[in-house]
Each structure stands twice: as structure tokens, then as C-alpha cells.
Design a protein around this ligand. Structure first.
Ligand SMILES: C[S@@+](CC[C@H](N)C(=O)[O-])C[C@H]1O[C@@H](n2cnc3c(N)ncnc32)[C@H](O)[C@@H]1O
Length: 252
């Protein structure tokens, strides 16, 4: 199952809060060259471009489905291209990435590489989830460990590469960062019920599982996941405390 822009956008109001926090940490200057890594369907890249006067913003993403939506938002000063984050080069005033690099491994190498794309005096701005110990995630693995799902995915278990806030601060400093701000914040979401949690996860964390599972096991997997979520989250509405890491650093 590839990325589904519509499913992903179902929780766009909730996803906007960390974006606004990250935006507020940017040193805005006129005419910035900006790359948004893992831009998804594009509305947040569009908003970024709107907030940066005279900027030239490039959104890149590896997903064809996401870029099809993003393409509709393109205008002079706002472009989208299909490219892997790993393949981005060049020199940018702002390297921005929102809810994307937790899909890439080895952050100890990735962060210095992303900072190396920033021109001297420019900025790296990152937001990513850090809630992988939350039941919404651990219950996915619990279902995945059961048959027939385990065999259906050849024993696949997603391992998340996200480091601690201290480790990001150290990496940023060691790789030439200055004016470093790193923090972790819990975003308090209130959703209708446990099934809404399953819907949220089906647009993100479940994507790699569904990619590996045979089609006829998708619905049974989701059913089993919903059963566990309903047992764990009995309240209506349900509180979803979503922990995320945000950081910015300038390049010395
Ligand atoms: C959760 S979405 C975030 C989209 C957008 N930045 C936002 O905050 O709404 C993650 C995006 O990262 C993209 N992505 C994941 N790994 C990638 C990679 N290695 N290269 C490029 N894009 C990637 C996915 O295709 C997806 O569109």
C-alpha cells in the first residue's frame, strides 16, 4: 500500500501545530532558497513558501501519489520534484523537513549530511515524531508478531531511528551547527475514539506494514489492531499525547 494523500490529510489540523512551532523558529530573510525534504501532499510546503517573502521553495518527495497532489500547488517560487531525501544536494538557505526523516535510517550520519546542505549562515529546521513507545506503535508490533501476519510480512518489524534530544544537540554542534535549539513537546490531540487512532496510524506508521502484507491480510490486520486499541483506549473522546522532537541549527 503506497502513501495515500487523502488518508494522510484526514488529520491535517493536528499536524499543523508542530509545523507552526517549527515555522516560528526560522530566521526569515528576504529571497531564501529553500528545500522541504519529504514534502508530502504539499499544503505545508505552500504555507512555508507563503511565510518566506521572495523565496524559492523546492518540495521533494519520493512518493508519486503525494507529488501528484503537490503538483497542483506549484507556482513561480514553489516547485515540487520526485527525489529521495538521500539524493538531495546543492546549497540552501533553509533545509526544512517536517514529519519525514524518521523514515530514514542512521541519523548519526544523516544529520551532519543535512547540515552540510545548508550554506554558511543558513538554517536546518527539523520536526519528527518521537512517540514510538506509545501504544499506537507497540500494538502494531503486537499484531505483527501474530500469525498469519508475522509470516505474511516475513517477520518484518519496523525499527525507528529517532535519537534523543541530547544526541541531536551533540550531533548538530559536532557537525558545525550554531544557534542550536532542540526540544521535545507533547501535542495534546483529542480524537473521537480508539478507531480514530487506527485511522491516523493507517495514514503513516502502518504504511510499511501494509506494503509488505499480502492484500488479503490488510483488513484482518486492521481489525486485529482496532480490537487491541479499543481495549487499551476505552474513553470517548480519546486523548492522544503525541511526542515530537523539533530542532533548528544555523551553519557556522
Ligand atoms: C508523514 S509524511 C510528511 C509530509 C509533510 N512534510 C507533512 O508534514 O505533512 C512523510 C513523507 O516523507 C516521504 N518520504 C519518506 N521517506 C522518504 C525518502 N527517503 N525520500 C523522500 N521522501 C520520503 C513520504 O513519501 C511522505 O510523503
Amino acid at each position: 500500500m503506497p502513501w495515500d494523500p487523502e488518508r494522510y490529510e484526514q488529520f491535517k489540523k493536528e499536524r499543523a501545530a508542530p509545523f507552526e512551532d517549527l515555522l516560528a523558529m526560522i530566521d526569515v530573510r528576504e529571497g531564501m532558497r529553500v528545500v522541504d525534504l519529504g514534502c508530502g501532499p504539499g499544503p505545508l510546503t505552500q504555507r512555508l513558501a507563503e511565510e518566506l517573502p521572495g523565496s524559492d521553495v523546492l518540495g521533494i518527495d519520493s512518493s508519486e501519489e503525494m507529488l501528484e497532489q503537490a503538483a497542483e500547488l506549484a507556482r513561480p517560487g514553489l516547485r515540487f520534484e520526485q527525489r529521495a531525501i538521500e539524493d538531495v544536494d546543492g546549497e540552501w538557505d533553509l533545509v526544512f523537513t517536517h514529519a519525514a526523516i524518521h523514515w530514514l535510517s542512521d541519523h548519526a550520519s544523516l544529520i551532519p549530511r543535512l547540515l552540510s546542505l545548508v550554506r554558511s549562515g543558513g538554517q536546518l529546521a527539523v520536526q519528527m515524531p518521537s512517540n514510538f513507545g506509545h501504544p499506537t506503535h507497540t500494538l502494531i508490533d503486537e499484531v505483527g508478531a501474530k500469525e498469519p501476519f508475522r509470516s505474511g510480512m516475513d517477520g518484518y518489524v519496523r525499527s525507528w531511528p529517532v535519537l534523543s534530544v541530547e544526541e541531536y544537540a551533540e550531533l548538530l554542534y559536532a557537525s558545525g551547527g550554531s544557534d542550536i535549539t532542540v526540544f521535545e513537546k507533547v501535542y495534546p490531540h483529542v480524537l473521537e475514539d480508539a478507531d480514530a487512532l487506527a485511522d491516523w496510524m493507517s495514514g503513516t506508521a502502518l504504511v510499511p506494514y501494509m506494503e509488505r502484507l499480502p492484500d488479503d491480510l490488510h483488513a484482518p490486520f486492521m481489525d486485529a489492531y482496532r480490537v487491541l486499541l479499543r481495549k487499551r483506549f476505552t474513553a470517548k473522546p480519546v486523548f492522544f499525547g503525541f511526542r515530537r522532537i523539533l530542532f533548528v541549527a544555523s551553519r557556522r
